[in-house]
Design a protein around this ligand. Sequence first.
Ligand code: SF4
Ligand code: SF4
Length: 456
Amino acid sequence: MDSNTSNIFHSVTLDPDKCMGCVTCVKRCPTEAIRVRDGKASIINEYCIDCGECIRVCPHHAKHAIYDPLTVIQGYRRSIALPAPALYGQFSHIESTDIVLNALLKLGFDDVFEVARAAEIVSDRTRQIMEEEEDLPKPLISCACPAVVRLIRVEYPELIGNLMTLVPPVELAARLAARKAMVEHPELAREDIGVIFITPCPAKVTSMRAPLGFGASEIDASVAMKEVYPKLLEHLPEIAEIGEMNLPELQSAGRVGVSWSGSGGEATALLTENYLAADGMENVVHVLDSLEEERLGDLDFIELNACAGGCVGGVLTVENPYIAHTRVQKLRKFMPVSLNHFDNDMLGLITNDEPIDYVNFVAIQKLSDDYEEAISLLAQMKEIEESLPGIDCGACGAPSCAAFAEDVIRGNAKKGECIISLRDRLGELAEDDEDIGDFIPRPFRSGKENRGDDNH
Ligand code: SF4
Ligand code: SF4
């Protein structure tokens, strides 16, 4: 098995004690990675892309994300905060990103390195690639949202070749921040330096622990934005007292970089009008379906964000994504266009050095190690699927009849667990025995059993 599948870490996880088995998450998971069995949800690791959609929709707060505590900074002699640009949109009434960056120092970080800075370099490099390289796949797909990269890997293998082969901005930021710290503090070893990402979403935590496209991440820990936010708030009055004009100037990115916080920010920096930007999982799936059907091949670039609004909509943020987006737009107003550019010396740091493989191939092979048996099981699976009602009700705990048929073949479910098949069987029994019909709840009656009931 390649490193893409053996190295499985997931930030999104389930608290079985809180799960009520309501199947809300089952129906919303974009990769059909959730099943409810014996009244509790479970996640199929190979299919989960850590998009956080199930965290967002669970009415019982049974899904949550794993990330590092802020105290992780105490384990390093020098700690560097990597704030995602979405962090700036969480605060009302701030005039400059310098206020947030200085608050991070008050919080205990020794330095800050804006992810927006690396985003500008990625934008610059992308522009260069699009101008200079011939035979590029069309359209190129952004690799910045790790949930989208994983979605493509699981569901759209033929589009893997359209993904940009650049590391995401946060990874580049970590690499540059670590190198800067090593130069400025030659007395320190790399393990003395903690490069800590302030993350808006679980997918980025997963990307740090189990990267795709590159071997190992230089991010040492990821702390959720929602954990850092209240602590930063505590320091804002102190910063206000110092006065913005007297604060150390830490801002090192311009409009291009901070715009990556919202949908369309990355694409607009490419100076082409021939792009598409979509956000929110349903829209992302719709665009990828269209691409798969070769309906968008005339575009140069596609930016996709799994969260509505872009990274400002991540499940680990605190503010409404549209409010956060408006705030970032206001902050951008007095910023320079861009302060960072790609340099050829960065080529090794910015370019992926591993391929991204299709994950489902491995999963399908697992039906059986024997090829002929696998083909026969696939045929049986199809047969079971065709015998099911095809209404994808989710009552069996699987998201669709097709997924249920696969579960039956894998031995994870029994065909009799289909509630509609059960209804039909009970209906048949009721034809022979009237009393049985009275015991079938109304929603599960096929009609034949309603003999004595009124219809009001
Ligand atoms: S949404 Fe999913 S995790 Fe939450 S209670 Fe329902 S089945 Fe359980
Ligand atoms: S994080 Fe996304 S892909 Fe994973 S189980 Fe939840 S909804 Fe499905």
